[in-house]
Design a protein. Structure first.
Length: 406
């Protein structure tokens, strides 16, 4: 039961869960083992509008905002976070476009993203620029009405199956963090190629790729925001996208519990159901309480964001302005601290829950034909991507300490 959702959001959550049960669950073991993406599922996801749920109606979306996106991601991840990941990664790629695109750019990209005809992805991380995203080595040099991008990104989720990559590059290396700029790069742009595909611990069905840029000419019209604004694009994107990771984590944790409790009820040892042992049932109770707390925090943050994001989007569409400009008019504070809290708490809860579910189930929990070990492997990355949990703590602490300054 989720008391934090509107009736419409609950209906969308139910639809997402039913979709995942029908179309994803039958594939999850096979594609986890094969470490391949079942591309046929993308078409099924398009048919039920999973990509446009949160995007503005003006571009063919459902207009639901971040809370609606979270409701869908949670229910999808409850079944399988890897195959359903393009919903989350396309939202991550679309977020900087939503926030920073001009009216013309929104009209150019949003209808395709909202319909799922094109999937967006996000590429900031480089071999030497991880937690310190400002250490970008990829460069973008202005050349007439184009920029020429050279360099490499790594660990790009949904790589290869995505169409529009939001790529960060330094337009002025001498300026360091203030010299970074964001661009939308179409997958078919000459000079853009995929590199190594990673072999991973979890979310194995989702392809994680290196991206290479060699003399990759991108139209200046594809620049998001001004030159040197890349760091703001990055930070504000994460403010709005991290509740999505939190929702994914809540879904994974719930999925682990969903598989564990029926097994514990049915499993008999010493002549009784193992669920009746207090050591087991109390641990379950603790985990269930944490998952509910993570869910409550996630939706509280998502709803709070929507209270300004949705009016800002409507104003930007009506005034043909940038969403970010409209947000600035409406809002006094950013969501960095709350968003980081949701991601930190939910992802730690997901990993703790899934790995404890293995303990509670005993030997079968360790076996690959029982899904709980997969939930644990998939939970791990929620503590790492969109900023490791050390980085979330840094951000929370920095804001907290500032709040108490004189
Ligand atoms: C499966 C997967 C998918 C990903 N998908 C994407 C994607 O789609 N797009 C994208 O751009 N990136 C993606 N990433 C990259 C991800 O965001 C980075 O891996 C993450 O930000 C950490 O960077 P790093 O791996 O370089 O670790 P490092 O920055 O090298 O960190 C190493 C360790 O040091 C700690 N650390 C670093 N700095 C500090 C500090 N200041 N204070 C305290 N501790 C610190 C870290 O927490 C970590 O424990 C993905 C990663 C994975 C694993």
């Amino acid at each position: 039961m989720n008391f934090d959702l509107t009736e419409e959001q609950r209906a969308i959550a139910d639809l997402a869960y039913e979709f995942a049960q029908k179309k994803v669950k039958p594939l999850r073991f096979e594609y986890d083992e094969k470490e391949e993406y079942p591309v046929q599922v993308l078409e099924e996801m398009r048919k039920v509008d999973l990509f446009g749920l949160w995007l503005p109606e003006a571009y063919g979306g459902v207009g639901g905002g971040v809370a609606t996106l979270c409701a869908a991601i949670e229910q999808l991840a409850r079944v399988d976070a890897a195959i359903t990941m393009p919903v989350a990664t396309s939202a991550l790629g679309a977020m900087p476009i939503l926030l920073y695109a001009t009216d013309e750019q929104r009209s150019r990209w949003m209808p395709d993203i909202a319909s799922g005809r094109k999937l967006a992805a996000f590429a900031i991380t480089e071999p030497e620029a991880g937690s310190d995203a400002t250490a970008q080595k990829t460069t973008a040099k202005a050349d007439g009405d184009h920029y020429v991008i050279d360099g490499a990104k790594h660990y790009c989720s949904s790589g290869g199956i995505s169409d529009l990559y939001v790529v960060f590059a330094s337009t002025n290396p001498a300026k360091g963090a203030r010299g970074i700029t964001a661009f939308v790069v179409d997958k078919d742009t000459p000079g853009f190629t995929l590199g190594k595909k990673e072999k991973k611990l979890g979310i194995k069905a989702n392809p994680t790729y290196e991206l290479h840029f060699e003399g990759c000419r991108v139209p200046a019209a594809n620049r998001l925001g001004g030159e040197g604004f890349g760091l703001f694009v990055l930070q504000e994107t994460f403010d709005y996208s991290r509740p999505g990771v939190a929702a994914q984590a809540v879904g994974i944790a719930q999925g682990a519990i969903d598989e564990t409790v029926p097994y514990l009820r049915a499993r008999k040892q010493f002549g009784q159901s193992v669920a009746s042992f207090q050591a087991i049932s109390h641990r379950l109770a603790e985990l269930a309480a944490k998952v509910e707390a993570a869910r409550a925090l996630t939706y509280r943050v998502a709803r709070g964001m929507d209270s300004t994001l949705l009016p800002a989007v409507a104003a930007a569409v009506a005034n043909k302005t940038q969403v970010r400009q409209e947000l600035k008019k409406l809002q006094t504070a950013r969501w960095t601290k709350e968003s980081a809290m949701a991601k930190l708490f939910a992802s730690d809860t997901a990993f703790e829950t899934a790995q404890e579910c293995i303990n509670l189930c005993g030997g079968i929990g360790f076996m690959r034909d029982f899904p709980v070990e997969k939930f644990m492997r998939d939970a791990k990355v929620t503590q790492i991507y969109e900023g490791t949990n050390h980085i979330q703590k840094n951000e929370i602490a920095a804001h907290l300490i500032k709040e108490y300054a004189g």
